[in-house]
Write a protein that binds this ligand. Structure first.
Ligand SMILES: NC(=O)c1ccc[n+]([C@@H]2O[C@H](COP(=O)([O-])OP(=O)(O)OC[C@H]3O[C@@H](n4cnc5c(N)ncnc54)[C@H](OP(=O)(O)O)[C@@H]3O)[C@@H](O)[C@H]2O)c1
Length: 242
């Protein structure tokens, strides 16, 4: 798919990796729906929009709590009104909460599963209804394959997302290709200590953290390539082998 002139939605693109993806899609000529969760993150989303414009692109802001089906519905009504269709979805929004099994409350479980598995599924379902032909790329995690006990509910939610990825690839073939990327340590959570960062880097083969551009280039590759579907690409410095 040639990205130029296409309509794209990037969930959770008010900052960090989602922002970098939105800006690059816009730089390549896509009109980008910049999604953020709440009023509190509106200023960040506006900053993404400014960067999209600085890159010579066009974009629109959309706000929705994606675990709320009513808000998700409104997001797609708004998107359809504004764009009248869609070609590219990047399921980027996610929450990352540490909790071992014994400390995993129902609230933690529900937040992880709803934000990281249920929401991407229903976003993809609604997005597919707007696509004649299209690309869906979801941001997963190697935690969904190896299952980290310190982030148990998160890992299970990303495992479910990987299953969603394969299931939707089968469902929407041949007109929509559905793929996933598993980033390694790219942008650490703000609360990470130096020790936690060091340990995460130590667990990669390449012994360094990646940067958002490493993820962006994999997203662009999966959108531009028309013969890959149901795939998972690790962009993790070899973390999945350690
Ligand atoms: N960063 C890494 O090193 C790394 C490593 C492995 C995998 N990944 C994956 O790569 C993706 C991007 O990572 P990141 O670290 O840039 O993500 P992030 O900052 O943790 O989250 C991205 C955005 O998701 C949005 N979000 C979360 N739950 C939502 C909900 N229920 N409804 C609406 N929006 C919601 C938040 O939007 P608001 O800000 O508007 O609240 C947040 O800014 C994620 O899927 C992540 O799991 C990242």
């Amino acid at each position: 798919m040639n990205i130029n002139g296409k309509l794209a939605l990037v969930t959770g693109s008010s900052k960090r990796i989602g922002r970098a993806i939105a800006v690059e899609l816009a730089r390549r000529g896509a009109r980008v729906a910049i999604h953020h969760r709440s009023r509190e993150t509106e200023a960040d989303a506006v900053e993404t929009l400014n960067l999209v414009r600085e890159a010579g692109g066009t974009g629109e802001l959309f706000q929705a709590e994606l675990t709320d089906m009513g808000q998700l519905e409104e997001l797609f009504e708004g998107l359809n009104r504004t764009f009248g269709g869609l070609h590219i979805l990047v399921n980027n929004a996610s929450v990352f909460a540490p909790a071992v099994a014994d400390q995993t409350t129902e609230a933690v479980w529900d937040e992880q599963m709803n934000s990281n598995a249920k929401a991407p599924f229903f976003v993809a379902q609604r997005a597919a209804r707007l696509m004649q032909e299209g690309k869906i790329v979801s941001l997963a995690d190697v935690a969904g394959e190896v299952i980290w006990p310190g982030y148990l509910a998160y890992s299970v939610s990303k495992a479910a997302l990987l299953a969603v990825n394969r299931g939707l690839a089968k469902t929407y073939a041949p007109h929509i290709q559905v793929n996933a990327i598993a980033p390694g340590p790219v942008l650490f959570p703000e609360y990470y200590s130096e020790e936690q960062k060091k340990r995460a880097i130590e667990r990669t083969l390449l012994k360094r953290e990646g940067n958002p551009e490493d993820i962006v280039s994999a997203v662009i590759f999966l959108i531009e390539n028309d013969y890959i579907t149901g795939e998972l690409i690790h962009v993790d410095g070899g973390r999945h082998l350690v």
